[in-house]
Write a protein that binds this ligand. Structure first.
Ligand SMILES: Cc1ncc(COP(=O)(O)O)c(C=O)c1O
Length: 516
């Protein structure tokens, strides 16, 4: 029979079901199974269909296809960082999010403990994704589902859960977690009042972090051959960061577990205050879905978190939109927050480290929200046309991409001649190691030449070098650099401290004119 089941044909034939039903499910130690059929006339067994195989990715149902998500290097977004940045694409789970794993495991464990009986109902307070995970397990196992969602969640998520056959109940967002109208309280009420129902309870159920301790964490360790040094994870229920953190710390306590919190949430303050909500910490509403809380969920183990980076709505959405344009990775708003946090964190890292950021869900759930320019403008996240164009893309569109730089110690004569030959009126100035030290401008050279003093051929530019007022990394959206441009600065684009390009008003005008 293979797979080390230890079963012989004779054992199969002796099995009482095979004579009654002509077929039998043979379960292997790793949880996979094959159907075998007994052919009484021929006296032999044959396997029906294909055997399950993790290597070939052949599964008997979609639960087997969960997990083992890819790890992908963010080549363009990470190019300005001192370290390579890898992303774990959790939206490649069959239900499109990291929560597939959680939904499936919670149902499996509830069955094992006998908490849910055939025909039962699974109830959950969910921002959508856990609902999908639970709905997949429920579809395969024949349970009904009721999901309670706050009203800020996208319409796509509501329609999606209904597509899985769930009953979806919408509650107001702007009420406290203990308010009877909150989605937590409404879910509890449904679970109490529906016969044979369980509350999946992702906020407090230890099976939520456990899922990641036994799957996501080990995958990260194996995919990086134990070489990862930092993991950056958005915090919602805290299930992912706690489970992944626990597993990785057990393998190597030096791995840094970095949370990403959204502005408006009070999880950062709770973490700083060792698990207690500090006086004066007030949650505010925010638009990113799936992360941030106004209380400490029981699933969250704050002791595994070494650092927290914060991200706001606008930067989260802009990063998510950059992610798909620059890397072809179509992910949700909390993935944008995770990238924002990862970039801030990785900028502080020394070379040689290997950080991984987790991207929890797919962009398809947010097409009518932050992927829609109209929506972005309505909420003030995008005020200009072309506002999100990265400076790197503007540089690529320049007809003459060659950057002219001057070096400290260059003679004025040489610099004037380079400016003249290349028809430029300013040049970034670099030090001996090629890193940016300032800017030299035509007007300063002219003023100097007109000064009444002895000029000689070897006069150096050093005393004329100005501070570069507008220095930006290549991924900066044009919208963020526009105030500098309109104040009269040329934008110097810098990668690893070295200038890679310069952008003036006319370059931006040229770019826009070429697009309309
Ligand atoms: C889109 C999204 N991102 C991130 C998270 C956070 O994951 P966790 O609840 O494991 O902290 C969730 C959780 O619901 C989510 O839906």
């Amino acid at each position: 029979m293979g797979k080390g089941s230890g079963l012989e044909f004779a054992d199969l034939l002796a099995h009482k079901n095979i004579h009654q039903q002509n077929s039998l499910q043979v379960l292997f130690a790793d949880g996979s199974f094959v159907l075998v059929k007994y052919l009484p006339t021929k006296g032999e067994t044959t396997v029906i269909g294909l055997p399950e195989s993790k290597d070939k990715r052949v599964f008997n149902n979609v639960l087997g296809a969960m997990g083992n998500t890819p790890l992908v290097k963010l080549e363009r977004i990470g190019r300005d960082l001192p370290v390579p940045l890898y992303a774990k694409l959790e939206f490649m789970n069959p239900g499109g999010s990291v929560k597939d794993r959680v939904g499936a495991y919670i149902v499996e464990q509830a069955e094992k403990r006998g908490e849910i009986k055939p025909g039962g109902t699974i109830v959950e307070a969910t921002s959508g994704n856990t609902g999908v995970g639970l709905a997949i397990a429920a579809a395969l196992k024949g349970y009904k589902t009721i999901f309670v969602m706050p009203d800020k969640m996208s319409n796509e998520k509501i329609l999606l859960l209904r597509a899985y056959g769930a009953k979806v109940v919408i509650t107001p967002t702007a009420v406290g977690p203990d308010d009877p109208r909150s989605y937590y309280e409404v879910a509890k009420k449904f679970a109490r009042e529906t016969p044979n129902a369980i509350l999946a309870n992702q906020y407090h159920n230890p099976d939520n972090p456990k899922t990641h301790e036994i799957s996501t964490g080990p995958e990260l360790w194996e995919q990086t051959d134990g070489k990862l040094t930092d993991v950056i994870i958005g915090i919602g229920t805290g299930g992912t960061i706690s489970g992944v953190g626990r597993y990785l710390k057990s393998k190597n306590p030096n791995i840094q577990i970095v949370g990403v919190d959204i502005e408006g949430s009070i999880l950062t303050e709770i973490w700083q205050n060792k698990g207690v909500i500090p006086a004066g910490a007030y949650p505010k509403t925010y638009k990113v879905e799936g992360i941030g809380e106004d209380f400490l969920p029981g699933a969250m183990d704050i002791t595994v978190v070494d650092a927290i980076e914060r991200a706001g709505d606008r930067e989260s959405f802009l990063w998510a939109r950059q992610l798909v344009r620059q890397e072809g990775i179509f992910a949700g708003g909390s993935s944008g927050s995770a990238i924002a946090g990862a970039v801030k964190y990785c900028r502080k890292l020394p070379a040689g480290r290997i950080p991984v950021v987790i991207l929890p869900d797919s962009g398809s759930r947010y097409l009518s929200k932050f992927y829609d320019d109209k929506w972005m403008r309505e909420f003030g996240f995008l005020s200009m046309e072309f506002g999100e164009t990265a400076l790197a893309d503007l540089l690529l569109a320049k007809p003459n991409k060659m950057l002219q730089t001057a070096a400290l110690g260059d003679s004025i004569r040489k610099v004037v001649s380079v400016m003249h030959q290349n028809a430029v009126s300013q040049m970034p100035v670099v030090g001996a190691d090629g890193s940016l030290v300032g800017l030299i401008e035509e007007v300063d050279l002219l003023n100097h030449m007109l000064e009444r003093h002895e000029h000689n051929n070897d006069e150096k530019i050093d005393s004329l070098v100005q501070n570069a007022g507008a220095v930006f990394p290549p991924e900066t959206p044009l919208e963020d650099a526009m105030p500098s441009l309109t104040s009269g600065y040329a934008l110097i684009v810098v990668e690893h401290s070295k200038p890679i390009g310069i952008l003036t008003k006319i370059d931006v005008l040229d770019y826009v004119a070429g697009k309309i």
